[in-house]
Ligand binder design. Structure first.
Ligand SMILES: [Zn+2]
Length: 88
C-alpha cells in the first residue's frame, strides 16, 4: 500500500469518528424536510412533492402538441412544352 493511501485512510477514519457522533438510539432527522424519518423515506413530504412535480412535467411534455409535418403541396409550375424541332 502506498504511503499516501495509508495516510489518507488514517485521516479519513479519524475525521469520520470525530464528525459522526450519532448513535443508533438517536432518532433520524430527514435532510430534505427536517422530519423525524430518514432522508430515504418514500413518504417524505419533500419526496412526494418532488415526485408530483416530476410526474406533472413528464405528463406535460407527453401531451405537448408536436408541430404537424408540412403537408401543404407546392403548386406545380405551369407546363411549358418544348419547342418543336426546327428540322430533321
Ligand atoms: Zn423528509
Amino acid at each position: 500500500m502506498a504511503f499516501f493511501t495509508l495516510i489518507f485512510r488514517m485521516v479519513s477514519a479519524i475525521t469520520l469518528n470525530f464528525c459522526c457522533q450519532k448513535d443508533a438510539s438517536t432518532p433520524a432527522t430527514c435532510a430534505n424536510c427536517g422530519g423525524d424519518h430518514p432522508a430515504s423515506y418514500q413518504g417524505c413530504p419533500a419526496h412526494v412533492a418532488y415526485k408530483e412535480a416530476r410526474d406533472k412535467a413528464s405528463a406535460d411534455s407527453r401531451n405537448r402538441q408536436r408541430p404537424k409535418p408540412n403537408t401543404r403541396r407546392v403548386p406545380a409550375r405551369a407546363f411549358i412544352p418544348a419547342p418543336p424541332p426546327l428540322g430533321n
